[in-house]
Design a protein around this ligand. Structure first.
Ligand code: AR6
Length: 171
């Protein structure tokens, strides 16, 4: 684990964390899927799908909150990252917006700890280095301007992403 003031970096399974909220890298339907989304739905149980159906989807770059159900996390903030289409389709801003809107929801719910996966870097194909650069910039900017959340945990799942973030956070 690497600690950088209010940002921690870990490698592991986000579904196991005892934090106020974990962020889900969902799709616009909010009906579940593969990757981290599938893992979160599996771990939280079927009641999560029932609550997600009531939300009637979510736009790319936006976020919606649900209970954490059977997770150790109290809440799940579902955000929809952009699908990478080459970079000319506002992908950077939309990815930044995922971090910003998720952090805003956490602040409005007065949450102290929030854990993020590496949104869009799996099935959605966003280049990993660029995604990490955007994530760290947005998180740092938000923390500078807000007292809550107190702590952001970046959860990487691969050695490759862990190394990318470790270098970025050391700068
Ligand atoms: N804990 C932490 N990170 C994980 C876990 C886990 N348990 N499982 C995977 N990752 P992806 P996306 C990492 O594909 O690119 C789904 O089908 C993974 O290694 O989950 O935003 C949705 O329903 C990668 O670095 O999300 C959408 O349709 C990161 O999580 C679509 O995929 C994100 O990979 C979203 O694609």
């Amino acid at each position: 684990m690497i600690k950088n003031n209010r940002i921690d970096l870990i490698k592991g399974d986000i579904t196991t964390l005892a934090v106020d909220a974990i962020v889900n890298a969902a799709n616009r339907s909010l009906m579940g899927g593969g990757g981290v989304d599938g893992a979160i739905h599996d771990a939280a149980g079927h009641d999560l799908l029932t609550e997600c159906i009531r939300l009637k989807g979510c736009d790319t770059g936006q976020a919606k909150i649900t209970s954490g159900f059977r997770l150790r996390a109290r809440y799940i903030i579902h955000t929809v990252g952009p699908v990478w289409k080459g970079g000319g389709n506002d992908e950077d801003n939309l990815l930044g917006s995922c971090y910003k809107t998720s952090l805003s929801i956490a602040r409005d719910y007065k949450l102290k700890t929030i854990a993020f996966p590496n949104i869009s870097t799996g099935v959605f194909g966003f280049p990993k280095e660029l995604a990490a650069f955007i994530a760290v910039n947005e998180i740092k900017r938000f923390l500078k301007n807000n007292q809550l959340p107190e702590k952001v945990i970046i959860v990487t799942y691969s050695d490759e992403n862990f190394d990318i973030y470790r270098k970025l956070l050391a700068e």
